[in-house]
Structure formats: structure tokens, C-alpha cells
Design a protein around this ligand. Structure first.
Ligand code: ASP
Ligand code: MG
Length: 406
């Protein structure tokens, strides 16, 4: 017996039948004697529609009103789920972000949760009532509705689990766990029973779309027992665990990829101190997140090239803002290429096992895949390649590292 947070994503609440099925899942935990808080997303597709309306209504963009609009999808699903639960004899009520409340900062459309006041809902949980909380939304210090950014309801769920000191946080989604890679491009991908927080964090930021990156970082900080599982099957999911509890000792745990990348190259920059600082300061000022960076020296040491990668949506903006300081940078040319993808291999075992980079690079070389940029962390190696080779790279690496065998 304990406290459990269950989170259901948009596909799990996509229509009334699915919401009824979710109610049954909740009932199982209630029948097992647990206190249950449920966090739900909007019905699949709803938030996209709301975002489009907020954009199309007119050229003035007021982020506070944007949040008022896009937060409404979750208001529908909490109400529907509460009624579905009541109809099968479960005491339940809905809670919007401001009612709980989820206190956030004032950064509308990308707010951070600062504090969750659990007094009111904890009392209801103790009375045996199911708490059905709207994901994605909170309240600003000024008392306005905020949203956490797209995909933010994973973070709502983990934050709620941390605040309620829940025994478990189960994230129900349309896949049945975390895989060695995306099963849609690699049929031999295998479901992982365990993955460490750090690996999950690297996988999420490298493009694996199972969990929102922020939610994993938060779970790691607060040591939340996190599980990813399917809302459509009753199979065991994937547990996200501390490294100490990771029993699956293998070379690498997973391969992630992202096609939402673009490469920008500044050609023929003067090779002198301060150039890189000027470039990346300018990008930071414009809120452009840079991922991978490489600088290549020219033979005569007078000129260099710098290549970096950014999210595909930011490529034009990056080029435009660097053009405004063309006079300071004195580059010969600036080119961007959107047809690139990032492929990453991830595994905590990399810390102790030599030769993993060598294997990765030789496998890609054998397939004739050119590497534009390489970046590494302690437990991850990423390469930027031509987007056309994404599948080939992922499959060959999956085979080379023997990931289909448990
Ligand atoms: N409904 C929001 C979105 O689509 C939040 C979420 O589903 O996590 O981004
Ligand atoms: Mg999601």
C-alpha cells in the first residue's frame, strides 16, 4: 500500500473509450489499496489545434493569453476522467493547475514549476479520493495561468510524485517502454527492463521521444521511482533506476537519433582569440541553443572554419543573427544545411570500457557515412551525419553493439 502517481498522455485519453479504459487502470490501483493521483494530458491533437488557433487569431502574440488557450485541453480530460471514475464507483475529483496549486515562475509558455502545495490534495488522498490533476499547467506569481512547454505533463507528473513523496510514478504512453532504439526503424530493437536516469536523460535529449527531458532530470534530482509503460497492454514497462541498481551490464544501452537538426558553418574565420566567444555570445543572446560544435584549423593557421548544430527551427534565425555581426567576424561565407541528423550511442558502461568510440566510427566508416561533427559526454557519443543515412547508421550500430541480445 502506498501513494502512486499515474500519468496518461494524449493518445491514452484520445477518446471516451480510452478514457474509460484509463479509469479501469486507475481502479486497479485503488482496489489494490493505494492512494492514487492521476495526471492527464489533453486528448491527442487537441493542444496542436489550440496552438494553431492562438497563432492564427492575429499578429499580436500575448504569451499569457496563449497559455490561457492552450491549457484548456487538459481541463476537458480531467473532468471527463473524474466522471468516468465516478461512474465505476470510484470517488474522484478534478484539479486544475491553479487549484492544487502548481506554483510556477512567470515565463509564459515555458514556465518552470517552483513549488507544489500538496496540502489540499494530500487531505483528499488520505480520505481515499482519487486526485485527477491537469498536467502541463500552473499559476504564475501574478495569478495567471501558465503552461510548462509542449510535452510538459510528464514534468507535472514527476513533480507531483516528488511533492507527494509517492512510491511510484508510472508514465503510461503509447509505447510499452524504453527500447534500445526506435522499433519503427529497427525491428530488432529490444525493450529495456531498466535504464539509468543518466542514460534516460541522454536518450531524451538525443532525440528519443519517450519521456520529456526535463521530467527525467527532475526524477533524477528527487529520486522518483519512474516507470514507463503502455496504457494499451498490461506488460511490464521500463524502470528508470539509479546506476547502482542497474543490473543489465552491457556495452551501450541505446541508440537515439534526431532529424530535427541543422548544421551551420562559418567559413574562413580569422584564427584569433575571441571569435568563438563572439559567435556563441550572439547566439545565446538570441536564445538559440547550440548543440554540437567543431572548429577546424586551416594549414596556414590564419583562417579557420567553425561548424555547429542547432535545432532545425533555429537555423535561419542563427544565420540571420550572425550576419548582423559579419563585420566583426570577417568570415568568408556562412552556410546552413538542414539535411542532417544526429545519431547518438548512450551507455554508462562507456565510463569503464575503452574502444566504444572506435567501434562506432569504424562501423559508420564501413558504411561510407561521413561524420560532420562529433561530440561526446562521459556516457554518450553523438555524430552529425547526412539525414539520408539515419536508418542505415542506427541499424548498423544496433547490430555492431549486439543490442538485440539481452
Ligand atoms: N498537452 C500538452 C502538449 O501536447 C502537454 C502534454 O501532453 O504533455 O504539449
Ligand atoms: Mg508526451
Amino acid at each position: 500500500m502506498g501513494r502512486i502517481v499515474q500519468k496518461f498522455g494524449g493518445t491514452s485519453v484520445a477518446d471516451l473509450d480510452r478514457i474509460r479504459a484509463v479509469a479501469q487502470r486507475v481502479k486497479q490501483e485503488v482496489d489494490a489499496g493505494h492512494q492514487v493521483a492521476v495526471v492527464v494530458s489533453a486528448m491527442a491533437g487537441t493542444t496542436n489545434q489550440l496552438v494553431a488557433w492562438a497563432r492564427d487569431i492575429g499578429p499580436i502574440h500575448d504569451a499569457r493569453e496563449y497559455d490561457t488557450i492552450v491549457a484548456s485541453g487538459e481541463q476537458i480530460t480531467v473532468g471527463l476522467l473524474a466522471i468516468a471514475l465516478q461512474n465505476i464507483g470510484i470517488d474522484a475529483r478534478s484539479w486544475l493547475g491553479w487549484q492544487i496549486p502548481f506554483h510556477t515562475d512567470e515565463v509564459h509558455s515555458a514556465a518552470r514549476i517552483e513549488h507544489i502545495d500538496t496540502a489540499a490534495i494530500a487531505e483528499r488522498l488520505d480520505q481515499g479520493q482519487v486526485v485527477v490533476a491537469a498536467g502541463f499547467q500552473g499559476i504564475s506569481p501574478e495569478g495567471r495561468i501558465t503552461t510548462l512547454g509542449r510535452g510538459g505533463s510528464d514534468t507535472s507528473a514527476v513533480a507531483l510524485a516528488a511533492a507527494l513523496e509517492a512510491n511510484r510514478c508510472d508514465i503510461y504512453t503509447d509505447v510499452d517502454g524504453v527500447y534500445t532504439t526506435d522499433p519503427r526503424i529497427m525491428p530488432k530493437a529490444r525493450k529495456l527492463n531498466h535504464v539509468t536516469f543518466e542514460e534516460m536523460l541522454e536518450m531524451a535529449s538525443a532525440g528519443a521521444k519517450v519521456l520529456e527531458t526535463r521530467s527525467v532530470a527532475m526524477a533524477m534530482r528527487h529520486n522518483v521511482n519512474l516507470q514507463v509503460r503502455s496504457s494499451f497492454t498490461s506488460d511490464e514497462g521500463t524502470m528508470v533506476v539509479d546506476e547502482d541498481n542497474d543490473m543489465e551490464k552491457q556495452k551501450i544501452s541505446g541508440i537515439a537519433y534526431s532529424r530535427d537538426e541543422a548544421k551551420v558553418t562559418l567559413v574562413g574565420l580569422p584564427d584569433k582569440p575571441g571569435i568563438a566567444a563572439t559567435i556563441f555570445e550572439k547566439l545565446a543572446e538570441n536564445h538559440i541553443n547550440v548543440d554540437m560544435i567543431v572548429q577546424s584549423a586551416s594549414p596556414d593557421k590564419s583562417r579557420t572554419d567553425i561548424t555547429f548544430s542547432v535545432g532545425a527551427l533555429n537555423a535561419d534565425k542563427a544565420v540571420a543573427c550572425l550576419k548582423t555581426i559579419e563585420a566583426d567576424l570577417e568570415y568568408k561565407d556562412i552556410v546552413s544545411d538542414p539535411d542532417v541528423a544526429k545519431v547518438s550511442i548512450i551507455g554508462t558502461a562507456m565510463r569503464s570500457q575503452p574502444g566504444i568510440a572506435k567501434t562506432m566510427f569504424s562501423v559508420l566508416a564501413e558504411k561510407g557515412i561521413n561524420l560532420h561533427v562529433i561530440s561526446t559526454s562521459e556516457i554518450k557519443i553523438s555524430v552529425l551525419i547526412d539525414a539520408d543515412y539515419t536508418e542505415l547508421a542506427v541499424r548498423s550500430l544496433h547490430d555492431a553493439f549486439g543490442l538485440e541480445e539481452a
